[in-house]
Design a binder for this molecule. Structure first.
Ligand SMILES: [Zn+2]
Ligand SMILES: [Zn+2]
Length: 170
């Protein structure tokens, strides 16, 4: 997504509205596959503070991902805020890694928008808060009822605790 910076670069204090859609590929992140349903749309502005340009606004998108517990496909609307600094390539003499560089009178903000996704997206999504997940024994979806596997199966996370309670921890 290319933004024409001519107007905002003219003098400090100038600002321009920015509204546009970024093309994003499906992405595998933190072990989850995010299938993009509605491309990320940025709505905000770029302002000139005299030293650099500041891009501020909101990104909204919609994606499909699997529930972290039961692996059912779910769709989620997701949004995050951006507040990033853009400097001219020649003005970034100290190679500051926290700013985005541009040259000439335009900037491609695609990477800024996509980077924001990785900074903000949580790794796990649930189909519902109280999703019961899959039976670790038989793999049945426990949201659809009891599968009949043994009731005294112990969640491995509790096993260590139980050992301590029993005084058997070595
Ligand atoms: Zn689920
Ligand atoms: Zn089961």
């Amino acid at each position: 997504m290319i933004v024409d910076l001519t107007g905002v670069l003219k003098e400090p204090g100038n600002r321009i509205p920015v509204d546009g859609v970024v093309t994003a590929d499906d992405v595998n992140y933190l072990g989850e596959e995010f299938h993009i349903i509605e491309m990320p749309r940025f709505t905000g502005e770029i302002s000139n503070n005299g030293k650099s340009l500041v891009l501020r606004g909101t990104v909204r998108l919609r994606f499909a991902v699997k529930c972290a517990r039961c692996r059912k496909d779910i769709e989620r609307d997701f949004e995050y805020e951006l507040d990033e600094t853009l400097v001219r390539e020649k003005d970034n003499s100290d190679d500051n890694p926290d700013v985005f560089v541009f040259s000439g009178n335009e900037a491609d903000i695609t990477d800024i928008v996509l980077n924001g996704f990785f900074m903000n997206v949580p790794g796990k999504f649930l189909c519902r808060e109280d999703c019961k997940g899959l039976c670790p024994e038989c793999g049945a979806d426990l949201n659809e009822g009891d599968c009949g596997c043994s009731d005294d199966m112990i969640d491995p996370r509790w096993e260590a605790l139980k050992k301590i309670m029993d005084g058997k921890e070595d």
